[in-house]
Design a binder for this molecule. Structure first.
Ligand code: AMP
Ligand code: GLY
Length: 428
């Protein structure tokens, strides 16, 4: 079989996990990553083109004659990378700029949900404080206030009382998140446990691509500020097969069909952030990409070759592709973060022990790392390393990951010690 040249876009732990999995494929002849990171460098050639430089990435894809471009972060989709690749005939795993609005505009998604009757929180979209206030009058505390556009996961305020809600509205409309906050979305508060469900889509068809549970708060016990995610595990037992089936029927299928019917076919990962409410799964948000660090646990659990699935999705041929096979084992990912993350992460902290051989089942993915002179590894971002493990069950996976973390050090760094606590506190 002819080998493929693949360009992977991104530089985080999610992309290291994707690179690790893609590089194992017998179909992968050459893997180039832009811009990549020191972990990805072990399995791919790195090229210094940023994920937001759509023209630079198209030029690179043409230069290497890429057979497939795999996009990690939404920032690349938002600048129209998939559209530009389509214009030059290069298959891209990742959605068009318009389709990515399911992630990049909360108002777009809420309006879409309303048009198609998808289960989600009641909401209103406002551009002035007076009409926002009138809508808040109809809701009960706590109040959910969101900046409409992308705000790096920080544009959501859960206000415990009305004064805090009003202050958040004024703050966002006043420009705290720049143009992302020119409109605010106010939502009914949904009660329940959260879980993430993933589908791989080709514009017409969707294929289930696993589930995971994230830990968004910075500190143990779900305390502290919201982050991009401090750790995940997969599968989450709370998301039973019945709930997955319900979310599939009520959310994923109508979303893929609705996007296609509106002339906006959805290609790539459809990541549904779900609230498991007493009346069933409801949508918290959609993302147009793999979760980070959810992806890391999915890659550990994915038994089949990932390349045929990514290629089939990019080419609109998912209906005839073999469905992915998953290992029965549980996977965990613990994020080692830099001091000060998420507010003011301190870069430059020295990392030691990350390159050790931790034995079967443990994989360390790089996120915000860089190599200084003589190959010394230092932190260059908020989330620095992702220590992941696969075990017979979640307990075993957790023990393996935390055992490895004891052998790794990051100056000033920290990690949560309770990843997986919800599943682990259930009677087995
Ligand atoms: P988002 O960026 O929209 O995913 O929101 C970030 C976090 O805020 C979610 O993961 C939830 O924990 C919480 N959240 C957002 N919207 C709601 C809602 N309507 N009800 C309850 N919690 C919410
Ligand atoms: N871990 C949450 C996200 O990727 O959005």
């Amino acid at each position: 079989m002819e080998k493929l040249t693949i360009l992977l876009v991104g530089s985080g732990g999610r992309e290291h996990a994707l690179a690790w999995k893609i590089a194992q494929s017998p179909l992968c002849g050459r893997l180039v990553a832009a811009p990549g990171n020191p972990g990805i460098e072990a399995v791919a050639e790195l090229r210094a083109v940023k994920a937001t430089d759509a023209d630079g990435l198209v030029a690179l894809a043409q230069e290497i004659a890429a057979d497939l471009v795999v996009v990690g972060p939404e920032s690349a989709l938002e600048v129209g990378l998939a559209d530009k690749l389509a214009a030059v005939g290069i298959p891209c795993f990742g959605g068009s700029q318009r389709a990515a609005q399911l992630e990049t505009s909360k108002a777009f998604t809420k309006d879409f949900c309303q048009r198609h009757g998808l289960p989600t929180a009641a909401y209103g979209v406002f551009e002035d404080a007076a009409s926002a206030g009138a809508f808040l009058d109809t809701l009960e505390a706590p109040f959910v206030i969101k900046a409409d556009g992308l705000a790096a996961g920080k544009g959501v305020v859960i206000a415990p009382d009305r004064a805090a809600a009003d202050a958040a509205v004024v703050d966002m409309l006043g420009g705290r998140f720049g143009s992302a906050g020119a409109r605010v979305v106010i939502e009914e508060f949904m009660h329940g446990e959260e879980a993430s469900l993933f589908a791989v889509c080709d514009g017409k068809t969707a294929v289930l691509f696993g589930a995971a549970q994230d830990h968004k708060r910075a500190y143990d016990g779900d305390e502290g500020p919201n982050t991009g995610g401090m750790g995940t595990y997969s599968p989450p037992p709370v998301l039973t097969q019945d709930l997955i089936d319900q979310a599939w029927r009520e959310l994923i299928v109508p979303t893929v069909e609705g996007m296609a019917a509106e002339g906006n076919p959805y290609v790539g990962v459809l990541y549904a952030g779900l609230m498991l409410t007493p009346t069933g799964p409801k949508l918290v948000e959609y993302n147009a990409r793999f979760g980070d660090p959810e992806c890391q646990t999915l890659m550990l659990r994915l038994e089949s070759d990932i390349v045929p699935i990514l290629l089939a999705a990019a080419k609109g041929e998912l209906a005839s592709a073999k469905p992915p096979q998953w290992r029965d084992e549980a996977a965990i990912c613990v994020v080692l973060a830099a001091e000060g993350y998420p507010d003011a992460p301190k870069t430059g902290g020295r990392i030691q022990g990350a390159d050790a051989d931790f034995g079967d089942g443990v994989v360390v993915f790089h996120a915000g790392t860089t190599r200084e002179f003589e190959g010394r590894l230092v932190a260059s971002g908020g989330r620095v390393l992702n220590v992941c493990a696969l075990g017979a069950d979640l307990r075993e996976a957790r023990d393996l990951a935390y055992g490895a973390l004891e052998r790794i050090s990051l100056e000033g760094g920290f990690y949560r010690r309770d990843i997986g606590w919800r599943a682990l506190s259930q009677p087995s």
